[in-house]
Write a protein that binds this ligand. Structure first.
Ligand SMILES: [Zn+2]
Length: 347
């Protein structure tokens, strides 16, 4: 099989059931069957409560109400179990359930079109004819981070890390709802709420306020949260005028700082790469007339990331890649004047 084979995720999702997947993992006997559900302990976070993980049989989706606090479709489940991408999960599903990879290959841009002869078929193994639950094309299934049911309150807004070290104004701090968290999951960290495109809080990221030591991660993310499904600040950036360029940066603080300098149409990838889900979010919020500025950090990761991102986004909008003159420069370090010049000069 070609390494970069295009896989039609929808077809794979429709061809297998959660029940089959649980059986594959030898987990089915641990689950209790309801009228339209399978209930059991969560295999992803390896919980023990027998009602924390529920599969909807008719919708063919799952949800963990405990630690993971999210759910998804069959491929999301395999990806969580195998700690792999959705693409890799689809390839695994094809192999495990002996799906017909040709039938599963997306028609567009498939490089296997030159192949004329199929290997002589053994026993037909297409599962497509057996009765299957209707695939649930619920828009929720592609955005699996569930909105949080709580808020971190009593955050300390005037923490010196934010005002002095990061140079944020009290307005920006309040605008983004960030602050120092004294206790709980993000104790002793700066809590940064992450919203989905609809503006619902789906997670808090925790930034260590200062130079973290080797054994302290700079950022802490809640277990189960998938940052690859979100773009930081997208919920607000998408309300800005359509004729303004969308600026794509790496970090939370890049986005907040640009916002402070008047560049409000800015989103952060929360890393130096763009996931397929993030690409799709950008596609949904742009059109062929839209301008995008890719402004990653001027280091090795940023340089590699921006090449790939520019190439992928240029298929559906105008893309400009910003390069800084000095190495290790980051958007966060731009002056208000430089920011104005950058976004003003694009159109
Ligand atoms: Zn779980």
């Amino acid at each position: 099989m070609a390494k970069t084979a295009f896989v039609d995720f929808k077809a794979v999702k429709a061809a297998i059931t959660m029940e089959q997947v649980l059986q594959h993992y030898g987990l089915l006997e641990k689950f209790k069957r309801g009228t339209d559900s399978l209930n059991g302990p969560c295999p992803i976070h390896k919980g023990s409560n027998p009602t924390q993980f529920r599969v909807s049989i008719s919708k063919n989706i799952w949800n963990c109400f405990s630690e993971c606090k999210h759910g998804g479709n069959v491929l999301d489940f395999i990806a969580e179990m195998e700690k792999c991408s959705i693409h890799a999960a689809a390839l695994k599903a094809i192999a495990w359930f002996k799906l017909d990879p040709e039938a599963m290959a997306a028609k567009n841009g498939n490089s296997e079109s030159g192949e004329t002869e199929r290997p002589a078929p053994k026993a037909p193994v297409k599962p497509a004819s057996s009765p299957k639950p209707a695939p649930a094309p619920s828009p929720e299934s592609s955005v699996p981070n569930a909105p949080l049911k709580f808020r971190l309150d009593k955050l300390e807004r005037s923490h010196p890390y934010l005002l002095e070290q990061r140079g944020l104004t009290p307005e920006t701090i309040v605008d983004f709802g960030i602050g120092f968290c004294a206790k709980g999951m993000m104790a002793d960290r700066i809590a940064i709420p992450i919203h989905n495109a609809k503006g619902e809080v789906v997670a808090y990221a925790g930034r260590f306020p200062g130079d973290a030591g080797d054994d302290t991660p700079k950022y802490k993310m809640p277990p189960g949260f998938r940052k690859s499904q979100e773009l930081f600040n997208l919920d607000r950036a998408c309300k800005e005028p359509a004729d303004q360029p969308l600026v794509i940066v790496e970090g939370f603080f890049d986005a907040m700082k640009l916002h402070q300098h008047g560049c409000r149409k800015v989103v952060a990838l929360m890393g130096s790469t763009m996931s397929a889900a993030q690409e799709e979010l950008i596609r949904q919020h742009t059109n062929s007339q839209s301008h995008v500025i890719v402004m990653l950090d001027e280091n090795e990761a940023g340089q590699a990331g921006r090449e790939d991102i520019a190439c992928r986004l240029s298929r559906f909008c105008f893309v400009r890649v910003h390069q800084f003159d000095q190495p290790d420069m980051e958007p966060e370090h731009l002056t208000p004047e430089e920011v104005q010049q950058l976004i003003g000069g694009v159109l």
